[in-house]
Design a protein around this ligand. Structure first.
Ligand SMILES: [Zn+2]
Ligand SMILES: [Zn+2]
Length: 275
């Protein structure tokens, strides 16, 4: 079964779900070390796109053994919340600025994650799972770098996906998060990724836990660029809607010009059933 087989499958009832296209619930800044632009540039980009709300969701990772830092330091977070407060005031009346954190789940450091989170005046918590421990070091499950793809291939794509979804199922129960980010972006740069029946079952279990905890599902529009549909795909979105899970839009912008990217494609994505 191909990962993308379903991308144009008509989905009944999907039109009943509405998503607020005037709010971008997921942007980054240069602070994470792999994005460009400062916080104010993102706020201005959002105003220029006539958005009513922008949520920074900066990367927090703990105890990750990786060759480079792709998340904020503790000092970065101090600056982030301070600068965020300034921007909230400065642009009050023009746009709502929200300060959030995208947690990278680490099953071996849950208490530390909770401790770090509790120290911040965070308004929104997004849950992701980026780094998988291979017993020796961490593998980046969402990277496009060839060395990461090679490591994931050696580890076994099936095994990576199984551990990824197992991790998220555990994370949703252990941590109180508002939204689950880019649910099926695992190994997004791996060619011809095969989703097995067992993975669909895991996704189903994950969505049930999200419903029980009231966790929202992100429609991450960075997927449009790579595969023509957001993360996650229609089958998962359809299942989420059936379960009554709330959907929100996030661009996952890593450059100011990516704020609100491809939001105009979401209504069509949500209403393929009419075609
Ligand atoms: Zn990032
Ligand atoms: Zn992410």
């Amino acid at each position: 079964m191909s990962f993308y087989f379903h991308s144009m499958t008509p989905i009944p009832n999907i039109t009943t779900q509405t998503v607020n296209l005037k709010e971008d619930n997921h942007v980054h800044t240069h602070l994470c070390n792999h994005a460009s632009g400062n916080m104010e540039e993102y706020v201005i980009a959002a105003i220029n796109k006539r958005l009513t709300s922008i949520t920074f969701l900066e990367h927090l990772e703990v105890d990750i053994l990786y060759f480079e830092r792709t998340w904020l330091t503790e000092a970065d977070f101090v600056y982030y919340f301070k600068e965020g407060e300034r921007l909230k005031k400065k642009y009050q009346g023009q746009i709502q600025v929200m300060l959030g954190i995208e947690i990278g789940y680490n099953p071996l450091a849950v208490n530390l994650l909770k401790k770090r989170l509790s120290g911040y005046p965070c308004e929104k918590i997004g849950l992701s799972y980026h780094f998988l421990f291979d017993g020796n070091k961490h593998l980046n499950m969402v990277s496009r770098r060839q060395e990461n793809i090679d490591s994931l291939t050696a580890f076994g794509p099936d095994k990576v996906m199984t551990l990824y979804f197992d991790g998220l199922i555990q994370a949703v129960q252990e941590l109180d998060c508002h939204v689950l980010c880019h649910l099926d972006a695992v190994m997004r740069h791996y060619p011809d990724l095969q989703f097995q029946e067992s993975h669909w079952n895991q996704v189903n279990t994950l969505l049930q836990h999200m419903r029980d905890k009231g966790t929202m599902l992100e429609l991450n529009t960075s997927g449009f660029t790579l595969r023509n549909v957001p993360y996650p795909c229609q089958h998962i979105v359809k299942r989420a809607i059936d379960l009554g899970i709330k959907l929100i839009a996030g661009s996952d912008a890593h450059r100011p010009e990516q704020v609100g990217r491809d939001f105009d494609r979401l209504p069509a994505f949500l209403s393929y059933s009419r075609n």
